[in-house]
Design a protein around this ligand. Structure first.
Ligand code: GLN
Length: 296
């Protein structure tokens, strides 16, 4: 079913209509989905909608709303239709080769900031598999004397991340490079962060369609047991301890059920200081490894 919007409909009426259409389709977030898409399709700010809600949506508005509604009803996530999403209170453009930033990933930023609480300290950061650049840009935003590298294998992601860094005012302190994990880098870094692909390959088929069909597989697929990327990252640091500065740390996002496996893996590779942190929902979400604390 493609909903119809008459060009003469007032904006606020069109929005209510869209909410009802989404409710009828049993979308779990019908109201907020409708609001985001209406603002986007009609190119309005929230204030425009409030103050000038009685103005007609017009021909172009009606067409844009119909297109956006049809895409949402076909299962496309709102963030993909809008082409941008918010992370750490900052706007991020998306691309076909990036994930949509998740609120869970803000736990990585929080854990990293807690390790380096001095806002003005100069820091050298690297974000492995940077995607939209959301983790790196948020950290650079919070630590104005930090410099960072965003690494990704996907050229398309690098272009998106570069643009996001510039739009968020940290482009002058960020460099984006094509590469796979830590292969070509010398360091030392104070902070290595990553939200690598960590879904076990056999689990991918069971993910929600919004993730499975619309997020890039390369950003999700962590190999047979989901731990391939972690192995590569930990191995690189174990082999070349100079990648981390004295006092430096590795902060990784993990899946809700990977805390035990990750700390085990880290210990196997000789990192005895590996700790697990939780996200706002109470799930294990972050692993922090600090080699120098354990006499490595
Ligand atoms: N958190 C993402 C999801 O479950 C997975 C991201 C990742 O593999 N890094 O959809």
């Amino acid at each position: 079913m493609t909903p119809d919007f008459a060009p003469t409909l007032p904006r606020e009426v069109a929005l209510r209509h869209l909410v009802r259409v989404f409710e009828a389709a049993q979308l779990p977030d019908a109201r907020s989905d409708a609001r985001f898409l209406a603002l986007h399709a009609l190119a309005l700010t929230p204030l425009d909608l409030t103050l000038r809600g009685r103005e007609a949506i017009g021909e172009a508005g009606a067409e844009a709303l119909e297109r956006a509604a049809a895409r949402r009803l076909a299962g496309e996530p709102v963030a993909r239709i809008v082409g941008a999403w918010e992370f750490w209170g900052l706007p991020f453009a998306l691309g076909p080769e990036t994930l949509v930033p998740r609120p869970d990933t803000e736990s990585v930023v929080e854990a990293a900031l807690r390790l380096f609480p001095d806002r003005n300290r100069p820091l050298r950061l690297i974000d492995l598999g940077t995607g939209t650049g959301c983790i790196l840009v948020a950290l650079l935003h919070e630590r104005p004397n930090a410099l960072g590298i965003g690494l990704d294998r996907a050229e398309g992601a690098l272009a998106v991340a570069r643009r996001n860094a510039a739009e968020n005012g940290v482009g002058g302190r960020a460099a984006f490079l094509r590469g796979s994990w830590l292969d070509a880098l010398a360091g030392p870094f104070d902070l290595i962060v990553s939200n690598p692909p960590y879904i076990a390959a056999p689990v991918i088929a069971t993910l929600e369609p919004e993730v499975r069909l619309h997020d890039p597989l390369a950003a999700l697929d962590g190999g047979a047991d989901g731990l391939d990327a972690y192995r590569a990252i930990l191995l690189a640091i174990a082999r070349r301890p100079g990648l981390l500065s004295a006092g430096g740390a590795l902060v990784l996002e993990i899946g809700y059920d990977q805390g035990g496996a990750l700390t085990h893996l880290a210990r196997e590779m000789g990192f005895s200081d590996a700790s697990v942190g939780r996200d706002l929902a109470g799930n294990e979400r972050v692993v922090t490894v600090r080699p120098s604390l354990a006499g490595r």
